[in-house]
Design a protein. Structure first.
Length: 564
């Protein structure tokens, strides 16, 4: 069991530090108790202000509400929250209602400010004058319905101290408040930063979306955020006995070093933490969106940053799309009207809808599994991102793209490579191009890099038959199929996981989760049933029996998770 976050070594994470803090005075917004079984939390964040986080969070909530979901959009931005502006809703109260000064011919003793009525009409009662108040704005800490059916907002008060309370809501308590919300989707505008509470929230939500713009400072901050998020989640994942040693390595290398640098230093020192860090690199998830795109190169920036990040950091971010620069966005903000409601057919609105649909696909686990590396790391093929059997034309196109990605003025390399490092990388790209285009040099190189292929004899079902590595397990009509049994059958046929993946067209990540009974990593029941059915056909088992018995255990897992 992991230790509490307070015991983790945190660098520069003493935000929300409050002296003489009394737990009894901790602000507790008036939130309903969560009742829904299935709730998804979407965090929208970034490492720079003014990139459009609030706009995207507000319109994601609107889109989800328009397709029939119950949504609450939470404003948890500590940098002066203004989510209500993008939604066209009432401003949360931060000051008392303004009352104009009384006319000079009236005495203050003649005004009864406690006798407020429903009208603004000044009324004289004897010698006293009654001045009714203006309508009060929405109080902070309460869920407020919006004109969009199914959509509500919540201002947590992370930026200002709510009236009547002694201190603002701390970032560390955001998750506690969010977990009380009764909704299908909770979209949280987290604001920007790299402090520990924000990173912890991003690491533990269902979906996290990072917003950037095609500017050098935003690109640099994106890579910085990735490094700090990786370091923070890595600290939380290691066993207690290894944390102090890991903290020493991180401190030595700059607290949030490039993950590849950390792996190489650990491997050079023979530290067993190297394997754990490398696995964490492979499992790390980061999803980003670009806002205010104008040029064609801006649309390709996400894919180019993915290549540069893999090369320098070892991390593989996912690019979920872009939002075009659109003057209607400025018009909506100026008029305090929601974009998807006021201008649903504009470029920006359509871009946001595409991003929302991709998020829904991620929520349903319909996204394409991450591609496995098909060539060894740091080879010429890996550097140009081509397959072993790439044609000369494919190599030329890959070389042209690599030269553009790693150009000295390339935006995607800002904050990631220094000058000498980029020059050395460009020289390696030139060398790879020369070798792979020269047949006399390419053939010996490939023989030295790629392992020799094992002679295989195709079987009747099209899979190369190999020598069985273990005896076939006994199977009867009453056999209950679980993941380890499916693995045993596969290994008895001499099949590798990648062979099974190629035949079934199912990602190796899902196949591995099936064999490990890792139900938490599997998609919805209907997809699992189809996956297991296809696996059974390839392994020459009874598909009906395998899918029926395996999904029975999966249903039991879902029922256990849904218990209150």
């Amino acid at each position: 069991m992991s230790e509490p976050d307070a015991e983790l070594p945190i660098d520069g994470a003493e935000d929300d530090l409050e002296l003489f803090r009394d737990p009894a005075h901790e602000p507790q917004p008036d939130l309903p108790v969560r009742r829904r079984k299935r709730r998804r939390i979407i965090a929208v964040t970034g490492a720079k202000g003014g990139v459009g986080k609030t706009l995207l969070a507000a319109n994601l909530g609107i889109y989800l509400a328009t397709i029939g979901r119950q949504v609450v959009v939470v404003d948890a931005d500590p940098g002066l929250a203004n989510l209500h502006t993008c939604l066209g809703s009432q401003r949360p109260v931060t000051t008392s209602t303004y009352l104009p000064p009384l006319p000079t011919f009236l005495r203050a003793t003649d005004v009864n400010l406690d006798a407020f009525g429903p009208s603004r009409t000044i009324e004289r009662r004897g010698n006293a004058v009654v001045v009714p108040p203006l309508p009060m704005p929405v109080p902070q800490g309460r869920i407020v319905e919006t004109p969009v059916p199914g959509l509500a907002t919540l201002h947590l008060g992370v930026d200002e101290v709510p009236p009547g309370r002694k201190r603002r809501v701390s970032r560390r308590s955001i998750r506690e408040h969010v977990d009380r919300i009764d909704a299908e989707y909770v979209v949280v505008d987290l604001g920007s930063g790299i402090d520990a509470p924000l990173l912890d929230f991003v690491a533990t939500v269902d979906l996290a979306l990072f917003v950037a713009i095609p500017e050098p400072s935003s690109i640099e901050n994106t890579y910085t955020f990735m490094r700090h998020l990786f370091a923070r989640t890595l600290r939380r994942s290691v066993p207690k006995e290894d944390r102090e040693r890991l903290h020493g390595w991180l401190t030595k290398l700059g607290h949030a070093p490039a993950p590849l640098d950390l792996v190489r230093h650990l491997e050079a020192a023979g530290d067993p933490l190297a394997d754990r860090v490398r696995k964490h690199v492979e499992a790390f998830e980061f999803r980003m969106v670009f806002n205010q795109t104008r040029l064609r190169s801006d649309l390709e920036l996400g894919d180019r940053m993915r290549s540069a990040s893999i090369r320098r950091l070892g991390l593989t971010p996912s690019y979920l799309g872009y939002v075009d620069h659109d003057d209607t966005v400025w018009t909506c903000i100026r008029s305090q009207r929601p974009l998807l409601v006021e201008y649903p057919g504009t470029k920006a609105s359509k871009s946001i809808e595409k991003i929302a649909r991709r998020l829904l696909a991620l929520d349903a686990q319909k996204e394409r599994p991450r591609l496995e590396r098909s060539v060894p790391v740091d080879t010429h093929h890996d550097l140009l991102e081509v397959e072993r059997g790439a044609t000369d034309e494919e190599i030329r196109r890959a070389y042209k793209r690599a030269k553009e990605v790693y150009d000295r003025d390339s935006l995607c390399c800002y904050g990631l490579f220094d000058g000498p490092g980029l020059d050395a990388l460009r020289a390696r790209i030139d060398e790879a191009y020369d070798v792979l285009l020269d047949p006399s040099r390419r053939r010996p190189y490939e023989l030295s890099v790629f392992p020799p292929e094992v002679a295989q004899t195709p079987s009747r079902d099209g899979i190369a038959a190999q020598a069985p590595t273990s005896p076939a397990p006994p199977i009867t009509p009453d056999t209950e199929f679980r993941g380890p049994l499916i693995r045993a059958v596969r290994e008895s046929l001499g099949l590798e996981l990648r062979d099974l993946s190629q035949k079934t067209k199912i990602g190796q990540g899902y196949l591995r989760a099936i064999e490990d009974d890792d139900f938490a990593s599997l998609p919805a029941l209907v997809y699992v049933r189809g996956f297991v059915f296809e696996v059974a056909k390839v392994l020459r088992l009874d598909p009906e029996q395998v899918s029926r018995t395996y999904t029975k255990h999966y249903k039991r897992f879902i029922e256990e998770q849904e218990k209150p």
